[in-house]
Design a binder for this molecule. Structure first.
Ligand SMILES: Cc1cc2nc3c(=O)[nH]c(=O)nc-3n(C[C@H](O)[C@H](O)[C@H](O)COP(=O)(O)O)c2cc1C
Length: 398
């Protein structure tokens, strides 16, 4: 007999938060109000005119999926297997630098919620919380993201640290070969570390909840990187010196090859947008890629990753795990990405915004909301699992 499932899984989705924030875009709007203006600009902004950022999201809205009915969908599962481990849903937390400076405590909250929800959590090179500590919050689901930092020696030292801490997936981001103009940061006068000016104080005064959370914790410094500062003070001066030594965080393919040699675990290359680059990643031994335009933050002319995805999945999808991020704003967007060939999606701004909108309980809510929306979309499409949809472009209305 067919069991009739409820539309909303009341057991996992917090009904009170659902009333306040039924959509992720509601949480993005709330985050914009609840964190100081220049920090909200850092979270929500994109490169140059932000036309690329708008297009990254708009491309999802253009995709129409055709429902299928008359199928028993009472036993639906969103589980997905990635690199030998089974996760509860094909959605993970993208690496976000300084996340705990955007919303205090969000890194610990998201790592712990990801562990509880059994979805991947990617710890950024530029996280506040050191990788060793994140591994304690998320022992089974934490991945580590690496940039080129300072020199190949420092970069490989970070890789070794990730190995020692027990990470099994390393995400290497290659899409910052040059500085990009983050227009909101210029307009808002964002500096890191921040300089205390009357304008900054006025912004903080407008966001008392953020200020209260900020004051509860130690000053947010990038925990993974502070050991490599030459200034031994460990304070703001050290941070200024540390960040002053860099600016370019991308590797060449030769340097990626050196990381591949040094890292025995699974290697994922993040920031791929061209079929030839996807092929290059596979050729040097990458186990997976993340099709991404860095959430529209790097190159204003870049195409929407959801549009670049099908050709890349077609080319390498049988040889490596293809994943994507940028512009994912719902479980329905995740479902569209599955149809276009991604085995898993990641979201950056939506998860941090959830913490800013609802406090750190927003972390668990965001994961439950994604899962509920994915399950609902599967039901409409007559799909009982990820494999029913993956790379099935006949699902798209033409
Ligand atoms: C505030 C912010 C900081 C980010 N920092 C990093 C980072 O340190 N490393 C990285 O690989 N990607 C970083 N990204 C990019 C995200 O991992 C991801 O590609 C992007 O956020 C996806 O787009 P979405 O925000 O629309 O989901 C950052 C994104 C944002 C919004």
């Amino acid at each position: 007999m067919v069991k009739r499932p409820n539309a909303l899984n009341e057991a996992t989705v917090d009904a009170r938060l659902m009333r306040r924030f039924p959509l992720f875009i509601d949480m993005l709007a709330a985050a914009n109000r609840r964190v100081p203006k220049r920090i909200a600009g850092y979270l929500l902004g994109g490169a140059d005119t932000e036309i690329g950022l708008a297009e990254t999201c708009a491309a999802f809205a253009r995709i129409r999926l055709v429902p299928r009915y008359g199928i028993d969908v009472s036993q639906r599962s969103t589980a997905v297997e990635l690199f030998g481990r089974t996760y509860a849903a094909p959605i993970g937390v993208a690496p976000v630098g300084y996340a705990s400076a955007i919303w205090p405590g969000s890194e610990q909250a998201l790592a712990a919620a990801a562990q509880a929800a059994n979805v991947p959590y990617v710890n950024s090179t530029f996280a506040i919380e050191p990788l060793e500590s994140i591994k304690r919050y998320a022992p089974d689901v934490a991945w580590f993201q690496i940039y080129y930092f300072q020199s190949m020696d420092t970069t490989l030292a970070l890789v070794k640290r990730a190995q020692r801490a027990g990470y099994h997936v390393l995400v290497l981001t290659i899409d910052i070969p040059t500085y990009s103009k983050r227009t909101r940061d210029h307009r808002n006068g964002l500096q890191f570390p921040p300089v205390l000016t009357p304008a900054l104080l006025a912004e903080v005064a407008m966001t008392p909840l953020w200020a209260a959370e900020f004051l509860k914790r130690r000053y947010p410094l990038p925990g993974n990187l502070m050991p490599y500062a030459r200034d031994p003070s460990g304070g703001e001066a050290a941070l200024r010196e540390l960040l002053g030594t860099t600016g370019v965080y991308a590797m060449t393919w030769d340097e990626v090859r050196a990381v591949r040699k040094a890292w025995p675990g699974k290697l994922v290359i993040k920031g791929i947008q061209h079929v030839a680059d996807a092929e290059a990643a596979v050729a040097l031994g990458a186990d997976g890629i993340i099709v991404s335009n860095h959430g529209g933050r790097q190159f204003d002319a870049a195409p929407a990753p959801i549009d670049s995805l099908p050709a890349i999945a077609e080319a390498i999808g049988t040889r490596a795990t293809v994943m994507m991020d940028s512009g994912v704003r719902s479980g329905l967007d995740v479902t569209k990405a599955l149809v276009r060939g991604a085995e898993c999606c990641f979201a950056g701004r939506p998860f941090i915004a959830a913490c800013a909108a609802a406090g750190n309980q927003g972390a668990a809510y965001a994961m439950a909301l994604f899962q509920d929306e994915i399950t609902t979309a599967f039901g409409q499409l007559g799909a009982c699992g990820v494999r029913d949809l993956l790379r099935d472009r006949t699902r798209e209305a033409t």
